[in-house]
Design a binder for this molecule. Structure first.
Ligand code: 5GP
Length: 182
């Protein structure tokens, strides 16, 4: 059976918040054509829903980073798939599943800034501010969550649970040290 521990954020709450974020982004970028840059693999599900909630012409690209071992960040970020699009002069919105220490996002933002976009904003479904070690500025946050390891709605544990339609904490016996890829 594909289930996790306790539900932290229900499917309905996610849907409603994603629609709000989409409407907010559409208002903020009205008349423009933002470039969404989704961070695989975790942001895939959020990205798919968010982009359909933004009533604007837009472009979407994916990058992939790996930075996480088990429930503790390793602090080293590997860019597995770099951005293969020219975003110079464009309004870029980075779409993340979760910002934890901020190390992954910081590294991605450094790379993106080098591409000289007109602007960069970050939209994350989940934010764990208590774990931050690098100061990153996040414009759009779906939900602030406590310092717990969560799965579902794109987030995995050992590549499992990404397809849960809600966000849940892991049951204690499922916790452990395994590699997590963005
Ligand atoms: P950071 O570099 O901010 O510490 O970590 C960001 C990445 O770590 C996220 O994109 C995600 O892949 C992973 N991560 C951080 N916290 C969690 C969590 O609670 N659950 C899962 N499944 N992944 C997490």
């Amino acid at each position: 059976m594909n289930s996790a521990g306790n539900t932290l954020i229900t499917e309905e709450a996610i849907r409603s918040r994603v629609n709000e974020l989409g409407a907010e982004i559409a208002r903020d970028y009205a008349g423009g054509r933002p470039v969404l840059v989704g961070v695989l693999n975790g942001a895939l599900v959020f990205m798919a829903d968010l982009m359909r909630a933004i009533d604007l012409p837009l472009e979407y690209y994916a990058v992939a980073a790996s930075s996480y071992a088990g429930t503790e960040s390793t602090g080293s970020v590997e860019i597995i798939k770099p951005l293969d699009a020219d975003v110079s002069g464009r309004d870029v919105i980075v779409v993340e599943d979760i910002v934890d220490t901020g190390i992954t996002l910081d590294r991605l933002l450094q790379d993106l800034r080098a591409a000289q976009p007109a602007s960069i904003a970050v939209c994350t479904l989940l934010n764990k501010p208590s774990r931050r070690v690098v100061d990153v500025s996040i414009k759009y946050v779906g939900f602030e969550i406590p310092n717990e390891f969560v799965v579902g709605y794109g987030l995995d544990y050992n590549q499992q649970y990404r397809n849960l339609p809600y966000v849940a904490t892991l049951a204690p016996e499922q916790d452990g040290q395994h590699r997590q890829d963005g």
